[in-house]
Design a protein around this ligand. Sequence first.
Ligand code: AHR
Length: 482
Amino acid sequence: SLSCDLYAAGGTPCVAAHSTTRALYGAYSGSLYQVRRSSDNATRDIGVLSAGGYADAAAQDTFCAGTTCLISVIYDQSGRGNHLTQAPPGGFSGPAPGGYDNLAVATAAPIMVGGHKAYGVYVAPGTGYRDNSTNGIARGDQPEGMYAVFDGTHYNGGCCFDYGNAETNSRDNGNGTMEAIYFGNNKVWGYGAGNGPWIMADLENGLFSGVNRGYNAGDPSISHRFLTAIVKGEPNHWAIRGGNAQSGGLATFYNGPRPNVAGYNPMKKEGAIILGIGGDNSIGARGTFYEGVMTSGYPSDATENAVQASIVAAGYAPSGGGVPGGTLTPGSAISLRATTPGYTDRSIRHQNDQVITSVVGSSSSSLDKNDATWVVRAGLASSSCVSFESRNYPGDYLRHQNYQLYRQRNDGSSLFAADATFCAQGGRSGQGTSFASYNFPDRFLRHYNNVVYIASNGGSHAFDSTSSWAADVSWTVGQPWA
Ligand code: AHR
């Protein structure tokens, strides 16, 4: 049985079920999500390989070959039509036209699930999905449960990476007008043990880690690569639970009465659904979503434990960077060689602190070879991505600044970490590997006039040129030159 079969058996059926990776009902054979490609704005629904099965990621790859796709709809599998689409402006406006939030880049969170390639929903700040007109979602003080599977290594302290129940007008309507799962290390309203990240409940004007505003010792820092996060609530009672989506069971981090702060008992839930944003369309957060559901009724711990076992059985695993042979292993030294016809003898190297491509071969000087060799490190900003440390300048990394690449010393700042982190995915040309910028996920490492940039597929800079883009952003991860 899959997640929503188990919730139904427990008497608390799913009223929303969202996933870009797999079906959440054994009988589900519909579409999981829709992608839209930039080349012609055409859309394509992505379904499952079989009823109750995994996403047909190959259909996305074929449709999006050589162009950039965004996830335009995340379909509701429950039959209630609670689909998630581009979030509209509210208390805050998003960066897209009309004040809408951005859509997620469809290839930015590649994984394996059950031995199949699939893509998650990569939320960079500014990205958000919402449904303000739902069917069957809890209102007022009605009971509900929610779980989501997130990338526990991809988070920040911005407000607010949420999945769950929010205001139907995208505004802050006061304490108790939301009930959503939050994940990240924001400490403005609440926090738990350690340095975070934490699973908390976003109840509006407050991320709660327990009964108190602020600190609650029972809520641990938790950062599994694949994280199961749970929040559920019923009259004057709610809970936070969590676990490793790849193994083991769930632990309960809070189980008790509503916060000892006015306004949260009774709750005033409005029944919209948000993903990746705060209730008032705050857009400061980042994270990655793979699947999640909302139920009618307060699920029992036993039901959730069965759901957790089924999530583990689904077999989430890292993609291995999308690299044939898995050569993007932290600690290994590599070269990054162009695949563009006519340029395949060129590798990414640093020279005078700038980053360019040069012709490098076995007879090259030792300086050239060292300059063109990089040591793979776990991503400075997220361990599900990678960073590249210079072979001959240890402590210096490949980083972008004003969209151009440089070799620079790691100054320990979060900006440097983000600028030096790249998320590997299948080569956009269909060959090799492409590297999306962690903080600009629609921009990829690209050579242009033999200089290396992070480039989008079309845009205002010369180096964003669509001509030869797919080949220029596709690299061979090869043996190190030194
Ligand atoms: O509760 C925390 C946040 O506060 C909500 O997500 C947002 O609506 C408000 O800014």
